[in-house]
Design a protein around this ligand. Structure first.
Ligand code: ZN
Length: 510
C-alpha cells in the first residue's frame, strides 16, 4: 500500500555507515514492527516516534507498519534514527512527498512532543554521509555547528518534526546552522609558569620531540602534575586527519565544545586513579562511549599516582597501549575506538607520599620497591624517560636569573626535531623516534661508534639496564641529537639519554 525510504547514518565505533530506513505500510492489524538488528534504545524509538508524530499534529497511520533498517548485518545503536523513522513512516503513508528527501541524510532523536533533540556522534555521522556521496544532511539544531565542520556537504537544521514536515511539503524553511563562534583562545597552561625544574622541563621537551612516554617520580609538590599538564602546549598542532578523529571522538563522548571548530590542540586527559573502567577505557549502555584513553587519542594520557591504580585498571590499559586501539566487548559484537596516546605517569617514591620527601620517609626499602614494582610490566616497561624530580627550594627560585622559557619557544625546537626524525625515518614510515625498533638502531647505518656508547654498555654489563632499556636509551639519544640539530648522536647525547632513562635512583632504572 505504501513504501518509503530515508537515509540515515549508524556508527560503529568511530566509523559511520550509511543506513537506509525503509517503511512499509500494509493492511492488517495496526502495529509497528522494527527489524534490522535494533538495540534497546532503538526499540524505544517506536513509542517515541508515535508520540512525536501525533503531538506534531500528524495523523497516525492505522495500518501494519514495518520499519526495516539496512544493511541488516550492521549493528545499530542509539536514538539518532528517530527522525528518519518518523519521516519514512509519514512518507510511506502518503502524508509526505518522498522525492524531496532524495539524497538527503536525516539525523536526530525525537522527544515525545515532537521536538528534535541533539545526538552524540553527529560529526562522524556527517563525515560518513559526505564520504558516501550524499549532498545534504538535516541535523538537530543543537548539533548543527559541529556538522558544518565537515567539508563537502550542505547542512540544514531542524528543531521539531513539524518543521521537517512543513519543509517537505514546501510550507516552510529549514533552519540555518548558527555561525561558528570565534575560535577558542590559544591559551592553556604554559611552561613559563614552571620555575626551576630544569631536569623536568628538559625531560618534557625530549618526550615531546621524540614522542617518548614519560614517567616522573618525586614527592608531592615536586611539580609533576604542573609539568604533565604543559606537555600539549609544546606538541605540534593536530593535522587535518588527526583533528577530525579527535573532534569526532569528543562528539561521540558528548564533550565537544559547541563552538563549531575542529579540535587542533592535542588533547590532555588525566583520569583519577579510582576512575571507573568505563571512564578509563570506555563503555556504558547503548552507544559505547569512548573513555579517557580514547579521548586522549593523539594527545596525552596522564596517570597521576599511578601505583594507586587497581590491578584491573593496569591490566585494561596494557592492550590499548600496545595496539593504539580500545576494543569494547558489547552484547552485539564489539566497538572499537582509536587510542594512540603519549603516556605520562607520575608516582610518589613510596606509599607514605611524604611531602618532605625522602628525609621524612621511614618506609622500609622493601615497601618502596614493592610500591613501584606494581608499575613494571604493564606501564613502566613501555616508558623511555624516567625522571626523578625534587621539590624546588626557595633558594633556587630566588637565584633563577632569567624567566623560564615559554611553551611557544620550546614548541619550535620540538617541531624542528620532529621534522628531522620524520625525514630520517620517512622510508620506513615511523613518524617519531619512539616508534623506531631497537634492532634498527643497533644495525648499520644507524649503529653508533663503540667509543660513543661506553657508558651505555657499562650500564648494561652491570645490570643497571635491561636489553630493552638499552634500546630505549638509543632512541632517546637520537631525539636529543635531533633537538641539538646534529646528524647523529655522539657520546654526550648518549650519556644524557642514559641520565634521562635512569633518573638518579637505581629503583627507577631497568
Ligand atoms: Zn615512605
Amino acid at each position: 500500500m505504501g513504501y518509503a525510504r530515508i537515509h540515515c547514518v549508524g556508527l560503529v565505533g568511530l566509523a559511520g555507515h550509511l543506513v537506509e530506513v525503509e517503511a512499509d505500510l500494509s493492511a492488517g492489524l495496526p502495529a509497528v514492527v522494527l527489524t534490522g538488528l535494533p538495540d534497546t534504545a532503538l526499540h524505544e524509538a517506536r513509542d517515541r516516534v508515535r508520540a512525536a508524530v501525533v503531538n506534531s499534529g500528524q495523523p497516525w497511520p492505522n495500518r501494519r507498519i514495518t520499519v526495516n533498517l539496512l544493511p541488516a548485518a550492521l549493528p545499530k545503536q542509539g536514538s539518532g534514527f528517530d527522525l528518519a523513522i518518523a519521516t519514512a513512516m509519514l512518507a510511506g503513508s502518503g502524508e509526505l512527498p518522498c522525492a524531496a528527501l532524495d539524497g538527503v541524510v536525516v539525523l536526530g532523536e525525537l522527544g515525545l512532543d515532537g521536538t528534535v533533540r541533539p545526538v552524540r556522534g553527529v560529526l562522524p555521522m556527517v563525515a560518513a554521509a559526505a564520504r558516501a556521496g550524499m549532498r545534504h544532511v538535516i541535523v538537530p539544531l543543537g548539533n548543527a555547528r559541529e556538522a558544518t565542520v565537515v567539508p563537502g556537504i550542505s547542512v540544514r537544521a531542524v528543531d521539531s518534526l513539524r518543521r521537517l514536515v512543513d519543509f517537505v511539503r514546501g510550507a516552510g524553511p529549514l533552519l540555518d546552522p548558527p555561525p561558528a563562534e570565534p575560535p577558542p583562545p590559544a591559551g592553556g597552561p604554559d611552561l613559563s609558569d614552571v620555575a626551576g625544574q630544569e631536569m623536568g622541563r628538559y625531560g618534557l621537551e625530549v618526550a615531546a620531540a621524540g614522542g617518548h612516554h614519560l614517567a616522573m617520580f618525586g614527592s608531592p609538590g615536586a611539580g609533576k602534575t604542573m609539568l604533565a599538564e604543559r606537555l600539549p602546549s609544546i606538541l605540534p598542532e593536530l593535522d587535518d586527519d588527526a583533528a577530525l578523529e579527535v573532534t569526532a571522538l569528543q562528539s561521540i563522548a558528548g564533550v565537544l565544545p559547541p563552538d563549531g571548530h575542529l579540535v587542533r590542540r592535542p588533547p590532555f586527559q588525566a583520569p583519577h586513579h579510582s576512575a571507573s573502567m568505563a571512564a578509563l577505557v570506555g563503555g556504558g549502555s547503548g552507544l559505547a562511549r569512548p573513555g579517557a584513553l580514547s579521548l586522549a587519542h593523539r594527545g596525552v594520557l596522564f596517570l597521576d599516582e599511578a601505583p594507586e591504580l587497581s590491578g584491573t585498571a593496569l591490566q585494561a590499559l596494557r592492550q590499548p597501549l600496545e595496539t593504539g586501539r580500545v576494543v569494547l566487548a558489547r552484547a552485539r559484537g564489539t566497538t572499537e575506538y582509536p587510542a594512540r596516546v603519549q603516556l605520562v605517569i607520575a608516582a610518589n617514591p613510596c606509599p607514605c607520599a611524604s611531602p618532605a620527601g625522602d628525609q621524612a620517609c621511614t618506609c622500609p626499602p622493601a615497601v618502596r620497591r614493592r610500591y613501584l614494582a606494581k608499575l613494571s610490566g604493564p606501564l613502566l616497561d613501555r616508558i623511555d624517560i624516567r625522571l626523578s624530580l625534587h621539590p624546588v627550594r626557595a633558594a633556587q627560585l630566588l637565584t633563577a636569573s632569567e624567566p623560564a622559557t615559554p611553551s611557544a619557544e620550546v614548541a619550535t625546537r620540538v617541531a624542528g626535531a620532529r621534522a628531522a626524525a620524520a625525514a630520517r625515518w620517512a622510508a620506513d614510515g615511523w613518524p617519531v623516534n619512539a616508534e623506531v625498533p631497537g634492532s634498527q638502531l643497533r644495525r648499520y647505518p644507524w649503529r653508533l661508534p663503540t667509543p660513543d656508547t661506553v657508558s651505555l654498555r657499562a650500564a648494561l654489563d652491570r645490570a643497571l639496564l635491561s636489553a630493552r632499556g638499552f634500546d630505549r636509551v638509543l632512541r632517546l639519544a637520537w631525539t636529543i641529537s635531533d633537538l641539538d640539530g646534529k646528524d647523529r648522536p655522539g657520546r654526550a647525547e648518549v650519556d644524557e639519554a642514559l641520565q634521562l632513562r635512569m633518573g638518579d635512583r637505581r629503583e627507577y632504572a631497568g
